[in-house]
Design a protein. Structure first.
Length: 286
């Protein structure tokens, strides 16, 4: 059976790329430590493929027909999409895809009660995949990538319990449906607190972010689910903070494990709280 060898949750705020050089020393140190640690741990785990769960910013579907999840089946992925280049301020990147793993995931999740949209052609990527790629230098490796973009913007979207259950189904799909010996990495890309374009555009809820990182790093998912609710996410920042639902999927897939965080910054010009977690996959889940 295939196995999960790496799991992390990271933010994808575009300003960590575009404004990195202008940030104060303390904020730059947190960004460098977080993405550097994730990148090193990912390469050390030697995965064959990484499943990246991230939100879709109304880019690949119409608002009147918005799917909960889209699995990218393309043989290659590239970005950022032309429309977002100036906004993100990052270099162009390209990643190999894995159509076979994408098809297996699509079939496996569908038969386990999670209906997915499958996109064979190239998806349009903004910061959702661009920031993790360039900040961890994922495109300097040969690791294949399958992006799974989720709706956490257009109501009704899957809540924390549904995303966690999806993660559990992902784990079963990896263990039962994928080829023996395949090494799989999981990344949840999104958050932390922010309200893109809203009245609190430069307001970061540091209290929420610190609590989120603390609970996400502990092997007590009941406490995490109890505290990190959709209303609390929306209180921390409408239309943006719910991106952390991608972390719920990863946590559901790996079970209750201790994670390591690498500091936190709420520098307002990033317009998003910045912090990440790498979970310990070397020990059995609690």
């Amino acid at each position: 059976m295939a196995e999960i060898v790496f799991a992390a949750g990271i933010p994808h705020a575009p300003a960590v790329v575009g404004l990195f050089d202008k940030a104060p020393d303390e904020a730059r140190a947190v960004v460098a430590a977080t993405f550097g640690a994730v990148g090193r741990a990912l390469r050390a785990a030697r995965p064959d493929v990484v499943l990246v769960f991230a939100n879709d910013h109304l880019t690949n579907s119409r608002i009147t027909a918005y799917p909960d999840f889209i699995i990218g089946h393309a043989a290659a992925h590239a970005g950022p999409h032309e429309w977002f280049k100036e906004w993100i301020g990052c270099r162009d990147w390209a990643l190999p895809g894995d159509p076979e793993v994408a098809r297996t995931l699509f079939k496996g999740l569908t038969k386990r009660g999670f209906r997915m949209n499958a996109e064979a052609g190239p998806l349009k990527f903004d910061d959702n995949l661009s920031v993790p790629t360039v900040m961890t230098e994922l495109d300097s490796t040969t690791i294949r990538v399958v992006p799974i973009l989720q709706n956490c913007t257009v109501p009704p979207f899957p809540d924390g319990a549904r995303c966690y259950a999806l993660g559990q189904a992902v784990a079963r799909c990896i263990a039962e449906d994928m080829p023996a010996g395949l090494r799989v990495a999981l990344i949840g890309s999104g958050g932390l607190s922010h309200e893109p374009g809203g009245a609190r555009y430069y307001k970061i809820d540091e209290e929420f972010d610190q609590l989120f990182l603390k609970l996400a790093s502990e092997p007590d998912h009941a406490a995490f689910m109890r505290e990190i609710t959709i209303p609390r996410m929306e209180q921390a920042g409408l239309g943006g903070t719910a991106e952390v639902l991608s972390w719920f999927i990863v946590m559901g897939a790996i079970g209750q494990r201790r994670g390591e965080s690498f500091g936190y910054t709420g520098w307002p010009s990033f317009r998003c709280g910045i912090g990440g977690v790498v979970w310990d996959m070397a020990k059995e889940a609690a």
